[in-house]
Design a protein around this ligand. Structure first.
Ligand code: G4P
Ligand code: NA
Ligand code: NA
Length: 193
């Protein structure tokens, strides 16, 4: 087990409905020493890519992206979830559907902060169905920028997002891939390729 799998095993809580709660170190209270290790590990895995910007999505992605950015020495841009419509023109916009929350959100990034010169590493905390991720990818494409890689902290390997994104040919690195979870026993099984 790697450092993150160990931490998930120790402090993650399996809820009914295949939900993994990691509120004590990732999603509510944040373990910054762990975030720093996460940043170091992404830097190692994307060592061959020339990355000049990190893109994430509010809210939970931001803290992680900031710590990762320290290891790449680049700025972070976060996509905002917005319900407003009067934003076209100066914003890149993508539609993102949340299966968990059963709603649609517009995700927006100002055109000032993404351009064809940008080589982007996308960072997020969870990958489930991949809707958020596909929204971020579409924003990078709309900007004419390049997705150099995608770094995910926890991938739910039994949902379809990871397979879809890998099939599209993206360099996706997930630090922990959960293959199955059992709420009754609290057992979490990780995938190791
Ligand atoms: P998708 O983007 O992969 O399609 O995700 P989905 O709609 O299924 O998930 C909605 C939200 O729930 C996302 O956060 C996602 O990161 C998070 N999520 C999905 N599965 C789990 C899980 O098992 N445990 C935890 N802790 N989170 C999960 P969000 O609401 O878009 O963003 P944020 O404001 O929380 O960052
Ligand atoms: Na997220
Ligand atoms: Na989240």
């Amino acid at each position: 087990m790697n450092f993150l799998e160990e931490r998930i095993t120790k402090d993650g809580i399996v809820k009914e409905g295949n939900v993994l709660k990691v509120d004590s170190f990732l999603n509510h209270q944040m373990d910054i020493q762990l975030f720093d290790e996460i940043g170091e590990e992404f830097k190692r895995r994307f060592a061959n890519e020339h990355i000049n910007k990190i893109l994430t999505i509010e809210a939970s992605g931001i803290g992680i992206a900031c710590m990762v950015a320290r290891h790449f020495d680049v700025p972070v841009v976060f996509a905002k979830k917005s319900k407003s419509i009067n934003i076209e023109g100066e914003m890149y916009v993508a539609e993102v559907e949340s299966f968990t929350h059963k709603c649609k959100n517009q995700v927006i990034v100002s055109k000032k902060f993404l351009s064809p010169d940008d080589h982007v590493l996308i960072i997020d905390d969870f990958l489930a169905n991949g809707c958020a991720l596909q929204g971020l990818i579409s924003i990078v494409n709309e900007a004419g920028a390049t997705v150099e890689g995608i770094g995910i902290v926890i991938e739910k390997g039994f949902q379809s997002g990871g397979r879809i994104i890998r099939n599209l040919g993206y360099h996706l690195e997930s630090l922990a891939i959960v293959d199955s979870m059992d709420a009754a026993t609290g057992t979490i099984t990780f995938r190791h390729e």
